[in-house]
Design a protein around this ligand. Structure first.
Ligand code: SAM
Length: 496
């Protein structure tokens, strides 16, 4: 089926709230997921403007096109990369092009703006993806941060060192920095495209939003542990878990959706993950008492959600509020069931729960209900220096957003088992030691705590070489960075 028919179909389903845009894109059987996702997101973002152009030119009446199809075609013709189709649609669109261009030009004159983006309502402009940097997670199964930085410097990027403030993540052109919260994350200017870059195609870097890196980072399963990724596809968090585990231990990954799982196995292969056992299975039907799972100590639960934190989904046409509430209630009930199920593994120590939703109903309310039903679990307070917290009273949890954290909207909670004594608390601190863990807040009182993925595009696995050995940072600069990290750690500890 053509790109445009597929895109129109997805927009229509999304409007009818038949699923999150991203899920609908992944569920489509389309060959180029990345291209489809970009088209659908952009068309949706400009939806109201496209509608105005279509209505004022009476395009539907004159062409017999349906609204959603007209929108994607008009988007690509006037604002995108030009029509990629031929045949009768192209002929029709070309016939009406100059009238539509004139309407668009009039809209700009009226609003005294020059760019298409400036026509968007302020709230949409604010959310536009160009505010979020391009985050790149270095895949430590295949390379090191130092080698990746060196490779990128040789490739014409300018490395500005480690960020110390969020403002340092506002980058221009070829500049890049190392993230201030997640040590294996490099940050670039928003429009930087790595899809054809060697480091990406060879699996040395993973394109993953910063917020989406939080769950595995915070769960931090040590090498050799037994871990479940309950709703795993397309697998960015699974590969992150495997990297933290250094491919040692057992990593069970479940997903209901066979197609997404198959995408996932390609991604994991490219990322060099070997400790995983993938299963096309309903997590709710995984038996916690079975021999296979008796040693599970860590669970990452990133269940299906409304996707309301994904930037490109924000300009959705206002849905029927009652239907929307019913949808959220149904998602929350599924999420709570998954959460309760995840806590049933007999040797479980920690479970991280995350959504790319901004709704309290899918986040804090699910966690609150879960804690009420599972009094032997508590929240671990997370990253003291993270600027956006869970809504009160769940300030142990983290939220993420474009405005406060320069990421997509996200929520993360970390639950840990407590037996009433102080041992489990101590254990959690020990497990978190290591370079990353300096960023976790130490337990406050008796509590502890604990992020669209938009990036799991399918891409062909290429078997290429690692960046040249011997071109890593000098020992002196490594030592300097280590000293800086120690200084930062001390500062953070003092601040707490
Ligand atoms: C938000 S996505 C997961 C994204 C993934 N964690 C990542 O980082 O790439 C939610 C996933 O849950 C899967 N899912 C939904 N219900 C499920 C269930 N009962 N058991 C297992 N997987 C499920 C969906 O197919 C979807 O792939």
């Amino acid at each position: 089926m053509s790109l445009y028919v597929k895109a129109a179909e997805i927009l229509e389903k999304a409007e009818r709230k038949q699923g999150a845009l991203k899920t609908l894109v992944y569920d489509s059987k389309f060959g180029n997921i990345k291209q489809l996702f970009a088209l659908v997101c952009e068309t949706q973002k400009f939806s109201s403007i496209l509608q105005e152009i279509i209505e004022s030119t009476k395009l539907l009446k004159q062409t017999k096109l349906k609204m959603h199809l007209a929108k994607v075609l008009v988007y690509d013709l006037l604002m995108g990369q030009g029509l990629k189709c031929g045949g009768s649609w192209k002929a029709i669109m070309m016939k009406h092009r100059s009238r539509m261009q004139a309407v668009l030009a009039r809209m700009k004159v009226k609003q005294r703006v020059s760019r298409n983006e400036d026509l968007l309502p302020a709230r949409v402009q604010q959310h536009a993806g160009d505010q979020v940097p391009r985050y790149v997670r270095v895949n430590t199964l295949k390379t090191t941060v130092e080698d990746a930085v060196d490779y990128l410097k040789r490739d014409g990027f300018s490395y500005l060192g480690e960020a110390v403030r969020l403002d340092d993540l506002a980058l221009k052109k070829k500049d890049f920095v190392r993230d201030l919260h997640l040590p294996e994350l490099l940050v670039f200017s928003p429009k930087t495209d790595f899809h054809d870059h060697f480091l990406y195609t060879a699996g040395h870097i993973i394109l993953q939003d910063k917020a989406s890196c939080l769950p595995a980072f915070l769960l931090n399963p040590p090498p050799g542990s037994t871990v479940i990724d309950a709703c795993a596809a397309p697998g960015n968090k699974t590969s992150h878990l495997a990297a933290l585990m250094k491919n040692k231990g057992r990593l069970f990954a479940f997903d209901l959706d066979a197609k997404r799982l198959s995408t996932m196995s390609t991604l994991l292969l490219r990322a060099g993950v070997t400790c995983q056992q993938l299963a096309n299975q309903d997590f709710l039907k995984v038996d916690p008492e079975s021999q296979d799972y008796k040693d599970v100590e860590y669970v990452l639960l990133d269940p299906s959600c409304s996707g309301s934190g994904m930037l490109c989904l924000r300009d959705t046409t206002s849905a029927d509020p009652e239907k929307e509430q019913a949808r959220l209630a149904s998602l929350a009930s599924f999420q709570l069931r998954c959460l309760n199920h995840g806590l049933r593994f007999p040797r479980l120590k920690r479970l991280v729960y995350s959504t790319c939703s901004i709704h309290r109903q899918e986040n804090e309310e699910v966690i609150t209900a879960c804690l009420q039903q599972n009094p032997n679990f508590r929240l671990v307070p997370l990253l003291a220096q993270w600027p956006e917290r869970g809504l009160e009273p769940l300030s142990q949890c983290l939220r993420a957003s474009t405005t406060k954290t320069r990421t997509h909207g996200f929520f993360v909670a970390l639950l840990e088992k407590h037996s009433g004594g102080g041992d489990s608390k101590q254990e959690a601190v020990v497990q978190m030691s290591g370079p990353e863990t300096t960023l976790h807040s130490p337990p406050a009182g008796e509590k502890r705590h604990t992020a669209s993925e938009d990036e799991s595009e399918v891409s062909e696995v290429e078997d290429k070489l690692t960046p040249t050995a011997g071109q890593t940072d000098s020992t002196a600069s490594k030592k300097k960075r280590k000293r800086n990290r120690k200084k930062k750690k001390k500062k953070a500890e003092a601040a707490e």
